[in-house]
Design a protein around this ligand. Sequence first.
Ligand code: DP6
Length: 345
Amino acid sequence: MQVSEKVPGKVLGQVPGKSTVRAGSNIAFIKYWGVDDATINLPQNNSISMTLADAHTTTTLEWLDQGPAATDAITLDGTPLDARKAARLVRHLDRIRALAGIDWRVRVVSQNNFPMASGIASSASGFAALTTAACHALGLDLTPTRLSALARRGSGSASRSLFGGFVEWERGHDDATSVAHQLYPADHWALYDVVAVVSGAEKAVSSEQGHGLAASSPLNAGRVASVPQALAEVRTAIAQRDLARLGPVIEQDALAMHAVMMTGNPGLFYWQPGTLEIIQAVRAWRAQDGLQAYFTIDAGPNIHILCEEADLAAVQARLATLAAVQQVIVSRPGPAPFFLDTHLF
Ligand code: DP6
C-alpha cells in the first residue's frame, strides 16, 4: 500500500491499513457554545474539560483500495448508517482523504459503551476515535496536536478528547492554532462525573445548529466576556484540586450557556422538568447537608454532577431517590485515545 507524497505527516514504513482506537468522551467545565467560523469550528472562546475513562467509543477502521464509485460502509452501535446519517462522518473522512491524497473508501465499525441519548457527548469520543484510527491506518504519523485540529473539524468538542485528563482547547485564530492541550493528566485528581439521565429522547436541535444560533442571543456577548475570568478560576481550582472553588464557576457557566440557548432566535430549550428538579436537589444537598456536589449541563436535559470519591456513594444514593432520574452513569478522568489489538470486525 502506498500513500501519496502529498501527506504532510510522516508516513510510517509499515502502513497498517486497519486500526482500532478507543477514545473517551469529555465533560466541559467551561463550555464551547457558538462558533466564529463554522467552516472550521473556530469557537468564540477557550473551553476546559475532563476526558472520561468510563464513557468511550471504540472504532475499528479499515481502508479499502476502492475509488469514489464505492461508498464508505459505517456501522454505529450495531446499525449500518444510511447515506443521510453517515454524511457528517463521510465529510470528515473526505478531509482525511484530501490530506493523504487518496480516494480510498473505508469500512468502519464503531461502538459506544454508553447510550447515545445519555447526555454524554458521543460526537466528542466518536470523532476523536475516527480521526485517530483513520490516520493511523494510513500510516500518517500526526502529533496529538495535529489530530486535535483535525478532529475539531468533525466536532468541536472532539478536539479536547485527543488528550487525557484535564484539557483546555485554545480558541486560536485559524485551523492550525485552534487546538487542545493537556493541563493535567487523569491521575492528577480523582474527580467523578455522575450523569443523571432524565430523558433518553433524541434532541430536536443538534449542537451543530445550536452553535450557529448563539450570536442571536443578546446574552451571548456577556457570557463570552465572562469566560476569561472563569477559565482562570477553573485552571487554578484544577491545579489545587479544589472542588469548592471549581463548582460554583462551572455551574454559572452552564447556566449562562443555557441562558444564551434559551434567549437566541429561535430560542432553544433543552431542559425538562427533571432537569430543574435535580439542579434544586443538588443545591439543597449542598446547602443543608454540606454535600460537595456541583452540576453542569450540556446541550440536553441530563445533569452531570461532579464530586470526589468520598461523596460518590452519597450522590448515587440520593439520585436513586429522585423519581426524575432514569439512569445514572459514573465516570472517572480518563486517558488519551489508545490503540487496541482486538478489532471489531
Ligand atoms: C454543550 O462539540 O457537540 O457540549 O462542533 O457541532 O459537534 P459540534 O458541537 P459539539 O458541541 C459541544 C457543546 C457542549 C459544550 C462543550 O462540550 O464544550
